[in-house]
Design a protein around this ligand. Structure first.
Ligand SMILES: O=C(CO)[C@H](O)[C@H](O)COP(=O)(O)O
Length: 272
C-alpha cells in the first residue's frame, strides 16, 4: 500500500515535470512535503543544464531538498523585485473540483502561498487520496498560520465562524509545546464542514457560513480577515492568465493538478 502511494506520487511528478518544466527555466519554485521530492527527482532526470536556474524553496525541508540535489537555492526575499517565477511545483493536502487546494499539513503554507502566487504557472502534484469534489472531505481541517500572541484570539474567532474544535498544532511530543513554522509562528488546525464549490452555490446551496457551511473563497476571506492571521491554508481564487489580468501574477489556485492513480495512470485536472 505505502509503496503504491509512493509510486503514484512519483508517476504524477514525472508527468507534471515533463509537461510544465520550461526550456531554459530561470526561476523555479519548489514546494514542501513528500511528493515534491519526486518532482526534484524528475527535474534531475530530465538531464537539462540547470546551471542558470535558480530554485526558490518554500521552507527548510524544501531548501535542503534543492541543495542536496545539487541545484541552486535562492530564498524568496533574494529574488529580484518584479521577477516572475517561470513555474512553481507543490503538493497539496486536498484538491477540489475547481482546483482549490488545502495546504499546510506540513506547516509551510505561508511561503508556499507567496511562491505559488509569484509564479506564472503553479502546478500541483499529488496522489489520488487528495482528489475530492469538495475540500474537507478526506482531509479534515484548514491549517492557519497565526502570530503566537494572537493564537487564543484567533481560536475564538474561528469558533464564531463555525470551526469545530480548532486546536493549536503541537510538536509530535506535546510536552514540547506548539509547533513553530519557519516564520516562528503557530499553526491552528481548524476543522469545518465540507466546503462548497462554485457549482454548489450556483445550484442554490448557501455557502455564506450560516450553520457553519461555507463556500471555499468566502471562508478563506473570512479567516484571512482575522487580525493575527498571517495566512490561510486554503489556496483559492483566480488562477493563471485570469490572475495576471487582474494585476497579480499566477494566483493561488494551480493551473493544473496531477494525481497519481492506484492503477499507475496519472489523472490531470486543469483550471477552467
Ligand atoms: O502543504 C504542504 C506542506 O505545508 C504539502 O504540500 C502538503 O502537506 C502535501 O504534502 P505531501 O506531498 O507530503 O502529501
Amino acid at each position: 500500500m505505502a509503496d503504491a502511494v509512493e509510486a503514484a506520487k512519483r508517476a504524477a511528478a514525472k508527468t507534471a515535470v515533463a509537461n510544465h518544466y520550461p526550456e531554459n527555466a530561470r526561476w523555479v519554485g519548489i514546494g514542501s512535503g513528500t511528493t515534491i521530492v519526486y518532482v526534484v527527482e524528475a527535474i534531475k532526470a530530465l538531464g537539462v543544464d540547470t546551471s542558470n536556474t535558480r530554485y526558490v524553496p518554500t521552507g527548510y525541508q524544501s531548501r535542503q531538498l534543492i541543495v542536496s540535489a545539487g541545484l541552486t537555492a535562492v530564498e524568496f526575499d533574494a529574488v529580484p523585485a518584479g521577477t516572475v517565477l517561470d513555474v512553481a511545483f507543490d503538493g497539496a493536502d486536498e484538491v477540489d473540483d475547481d482546483l482549490n487546494c488545502i495546504k499546510g499539513g506540513g506547516a509551510c503554507l505561508f511561503q508556499e502561498k507567496i511562491v505559488a502566487m509569484q509564479a506564472k504557472q503553479f502546478i500541483c502534484v499529488a496522489d489520488s487520496r487528495k482528489l475530492q469534489s469538495r475540500l474537507l472531505t478526506n482531509w479534515k481541517y484548514v491549517p492557519i498560520e497565526v502570530a503566537p500572541i494572537a493564537a487564543y484570539r484567533v481560536l475564538n474567532k474561528l469558533l464564531e465562524l463555525g470551526a469545530i474544535n480548532p486546536i493549536i498544532r503541537t510538536n509530535k511530543d506535546p510536552k514540547q509545546g506548539p509547533l513553530k513554522t519557519d516564520q516562528d509562528f503557530f499553526l491552528i488546525d481548524a476543522p469545518f464542514k465540507p466546503l462548497l464549490t462554485k457549482a454548489d452555490v450556483a445550484n442554490g446551496q448557501d455557502g455564506s457560513g450560516k450553520d457553519g457551511v461555507w463556500e471555499v473563497n468566502l471562508l478563506a476571506r473570512a479567516i484571512k480577515q482575522i487580525t493575527g492571521v498571517l495566512d490561510v491554508g486554503i489556496f483559492s481564487g483566480l488562477t493563471g492568465p485570469e490572475a495576471t489580468a487582474a494585476g497579480g501574477v499566477g494566483g493561488q489556485r494551480p493551473v493544473a493538478a496531477y494525481f497519481g492513480m492506484p492503477d499507475g495512470s496519472v489523472s490531470v485536472r486543469k483550471a477552467l
